[in-house]
Design a protein around this ligand. Structure first.
Ligand code: H2U
Ligand code: ZN
Length: 361
């Protein structure tokens, strides 16, 4: 059963010594990302810079349910000449311009440990969430989102079973701003022989924590977040969406399963339905924030498919949206952030509160 439970709204001045607001107030401070070991500089006092709360409106978007020129719509021809079937649910195909291809020479280079490279085999897939050109995840019905979750699980299992695939990255670029080439609701999968950098860093931190405590890092982190209720955005019986303590992007979110599960294939029926529910509620909040189809890159982090047991892995989704104050004011990682480390002004606690309050439920 879905509990549209609304966490108590943080007063911002909680007496808890574990609340960063109580400890640091408006003082600049650095927060550690427990998943990756990276740091982020938080400068809450800078949010006091004058801002009238002005929201620039973009003209409303009108998209047809079917676009004869869209290469993802059912029955249409793609670049390269292949025609899509008249699909009525989800639809996945091999990317016609794949960044990774199967096979290869297995060649390696290592010159004095300074010029180091290896050939990388892999598979790239494109996944259409819906035949409807005009929808995106928050507008889709729950059973249709559930079908997307099932597709993720099928693709993870099928690709992960291959000997030449040790990692399956499922992701979505939404909106032109994030480099999405087409508004038709779709995501991508890049599966490859090596575990790429971000999941590798997370894997190392998850493994250290599991070794030490025999619980997953995210189970312990989630327990803290549920206790503190400062950064939780919305939740149901199986999932919690929150703005992580170490968030870099203004309205970054982490969706964590209540049960420590290593990959999407291990989610039961109810957890799959409820994943759709939490994604719909989080992304609906995003759209409501600036009254615009909210751009983001989002993706699933889960256990490598290298054949090893991964009791340390705890499935989660990251949402990285670039918007800061309106439909047009974006956050770029520039200057100090390129040369030193990530920085933000809006605290994770304030961002979570905005997301909680923008919509009921
Ligand atoms: P993005 O919108 O996130 O770029 O994803 C769309 C993908 O679709 C992109 O990787 C592929 C592009 O290579 N594509 C095809 O496979 N066939 C086409 O006909 C056009 C685009
Ligand atoms: Zn389309």
């Amino acid at each position: 059963m879905v509990h549209p439970q609304r966490p108590p709204v943080s007063t911002g001045a909680s007496a808890s010594p574990r609340s960063p607001t109580a400890i640091f107030g408006d003082d600049p401070h650095r927060r550690l990302n427990a998943l990756t070991g990276e740091w982020v500089l938080v400068s809450p006092h800078r949010m006091k810079r004058p801002w009238q709360g002005h929201v620039e409106k973009l003209p409303p978007e009108h998209r047809p349910a079917y676009d004869p020129k869209c290469y993802l719509c059912p029955g249409n021809e793609r670049a390269g000449g292949v025609r899509n079937p008249e699909y009525t649910g989800t639809f996945a195909f091999d990317n016609d311009f794949a960044a990774l291809v199967p096979g290869g020479s297995g060649a390696e280079q290592n010159v004095d440990g300074l010029l180091v490279a290896h050939q990388e085999p892999g598979v790239c897939r494109v996944i259409c969430f819906s035949p409807r050109h005009d929808l995106s995840l928050p507008q889709m019905q729950l059973p249709a989102i559930r079908a997307v979750v099932d597709l993720w699980a099928d693709e993870y299992a099928r690709l992960g079973a291959r000997d030449d695939i040790a990692h399956v990255q499922i992701f979505e670029n939404k909106g032109e701003m994030m480099g999405s080439s087409n508004p038709h609701p779709h995501g991508q999968i890049w599966a490859q022989k090596s575990v790429p950098l971000q999941p590798q860093l997370e894997g190392e931190h998850l493994a250290l924590h599991h070794e030490r405590h025999h619980r997953t890092l995210l189970a312990d982190y989630l327990r803290l977040e549920l206790e503190l209720q400062e950064r939780v955005v919305c939740a149901n019986d199986a999932w919690v969406a929150l703005v992580p303590y170490w968030a870099v992007w203004p309205f970054e979110a982490l969706v964590v399963s209540r049960r420590p599960v290593a990959n999407v294939g291990l989610l039961d029926d109810r957890e799959r339905d409820l994943l759709g529910d939490v994604i719909k509620r989080l992304t609906a909040r995003y759209d409501a924030l600036f009254d615009v189809s909210f751009p983001y890159s989002a993706g699933i982090h889960q256990a490598p498919t290298d054949g090893a047991p991964h009791p340390e892995w705890h499935l989660h989704l990251h949402f990285y949206p670039p918007l800061l104050r309106s439909a047009t004011v974006r956050k770029f990682l520039v200057g100090y952030e390129m040369l030193a480390e990530a920085q933000r002004d809006l605290t994770a606690e304030a961002a979570a509160q905005r997301l909680r309050e923008v919509l009921p439920g």
